[in-house]
Design a protein around this ligand. Sequence first.
Ligand code: WT7
Length: 636
Amino acid sequence: MSNMKISSFEEYHQVYKHSVEQPEEFWAGIADNFHWRKKWDNVLSWNFKEPNVKWFEGAKLNITENCLDRHLDTLGDKPAIIWEPNDPTEDHRILTYKQLHDKVCQFANVLKNNGVKKGDRICIYMPMLPELAIAVLACARIGAIHSVVFGGFSAQSIADRIKDAECALVITADGGFRGTKDLPLKSVIDDALVQCPSVKRVIVLTRSRTPVSMIKGRDVWWEDEIKKVETQGSPVCPVEEMDAEDMLFILYTSGSTGKPKGVVHTCGGYMVYAGYTFANTFQYTPGEVFFCTADIGWITGHSYIIYGPLSQGATTLIFEGIPTYPDAGRFWDIVDKFKVNILYTAPTAIRSLMSFGLDPLKDKDLSSIKVLGSVGEPINEEAWHWFDDHIGHNKAPIVDTWWQTENGGHMITPIAGITPTKPGYATLPLPGIQPVLVDENGKEIEGNGVSGNLCIKFPWPGILRTTYGDHERCRLTYFATYENMYFTGDGCLRDEDGYYKITGRVDDVLNVSGHRIGTAEVENAINMHSSVVESAVVGYPHDIKGQGVYAFVVSPGQHGDADLNRKDIIMTVQRIIGPIAKPDKIQFVSGLPKTRSGKIMRRILRKIAEGDTANLGDTSTLLDPSVVEEIKAGAL
Ligand code: WT7
């Protein structure tokens, strides 16, 4: 397993060169560090036109054999998962590799008993518990395709995702705990399922034991189903032999159009990429405790709580709660309690904790920390330095990892302790990754000290293969803007040293607290409210969230006062998408600035939302320039 790890900056440059000159040889060498039931006939075939990308064709494997079975002899009694509950007075749990293996096998047998077969889609809507990881791995073990939906999405969002993938079964819990909140998960699922005839079975784990409705013939308790398989005897569940290019999972993500798309990852390439990047970026050494604070409902959790760490025999920490409960010292308590060695978190969490000052750090022993990581959005220098000074005590390298749901794993990132870092910079591409900057016309911008739109010109094993049920959408979104390139949607600077700094999205996608939110999606939700004629949503700089959601709304027939109407609109967004997309600011306007062809001039709205009204640029092409004055005057 350690054959994959780069150990010096010099070696990085050599390996990088090799990976570009001989990509197939390079990736075959990396893939050799995994367990294959049958090796590949062909390392790579690809074109970005359709697109059609296949890695390790002809190979057979099961990712859970790599994450569990192959470690049993050497690491069977070592902790695979450490779980820390929301409430610090509740006991934590530790699952060894052997115990995790057995539980995954058991639950995989439960799924089989409930009629699940290879290729079936399973929706998972659960709190951050070991059982969430168990459910994910159990699906993978029997070749069912998981679609994990983050707990902050509404019933409507869940229903949309279930319908899109035609899921046959849902795995959830009665409820969950996050900070002081009780999440009514099963009840949300019940609301969603009114619209979802494809779902024949719901498996409900007991967590909060809040009262829930259990519909006869459809809903069963997790614990009861486990008892049934226990009485059936063998706790073993043989793995389903998967083709490298069989689907492993679907994960929905937002884009510049209204409907979220189901990003598809496949078994072989994703496994290699998640494992390779985990081992290298963090320079994980056996025995270390790795704590990724993301939710498993996002790609970061898929790749760096579950698949990456477990494929490398690591100890991965799952935390059920939030950084500020019961107080803003919680992360540091956890680091201290479990002697966490690698902490991987998000700029928004760092900024939020910074705002509490240094008091919450008092008497916390952070000396176990060797590596720090950041992900989700550009990290501002102030947060970078605070992290470096107060958490890493200037001894722990910070890896600012740039990547996306569609990438499967880290793309541009320092390698801990090896790549010299620079605050705010994702630094250099990992081996195998060939970034290019292009101008508006799709022309590659060469040399250093330049900016442009970030594309990748060669496939890597973790690249998305399609968007579920709609391949054309995948082509249009990622492969049609620039010929023969994968377009990331991000703007990027390459400085004089050839170091990359991501400057943020160049499309109509917001990044709110590290979560990707499409402006069109929020507009659609706002427009569902009965008083709304139309709306335009843009981002604005927010101290903690990175970006906030600013909505300009035309709402003539208001019911009650403006404040109440605002609250109604927020409630509507919460119902349609979920609490994560709630607008921070709603400004009522009599009209939106539009061109004569009817296009909303977002550039102007963005400037107003940013409070930069001095120079709005050319407004002469507007249908009605006077509306700009009104909007400027009423800006929040
Ligand atoms: C977008 C992807 C997979 C990571 C979690 C978010 C932004 C992500 C960084 C970073 C600057 C970053 C980009 C990207 N982003 N990491 N280190 N520096 N920007 O995944 O929801 O797929 O969003 O997050 O804009 O395109 P995601």
